[in-house]
Every structure is written in structure tokens, then in C-alpha cells.
Design a protein. Sequence first.
Length: 54
Amino acid sequence: MMDRFPRINQQYEKLIMVVNQAERKETDPIRSDYLHWLRTQLEAIVIDEGRFED
């Protein structure tokens, strides 16, 4: 599905990259945990999206 919408995919990839960078730099354990959770949720979008492919 994401392949059909390259601009959305590009923005999604940028978002993942920003969250990854923030997670690596974060020193507050609570914020770090939240960023980790957010990254896993974003990555799950691609996994879930694969179930709807034709």
C-alpha cells in the first residue's frame, strides 16, 4: 500500500528516522521508553499494512 503512495511513504520514513534519532539522544528514561513505544507502533504500521496487500 505504501508503495502506491510514494510521498506518504517518504514522510513515513522521515518520521521513523526522527523518532530513532530522538530515541538515541534521549537521556530521560520515561521519554526514552515513550519514544521506543512510538517507534514500535510506527513500525507496526508497515507490518499491518502488509496484511491488506492484494
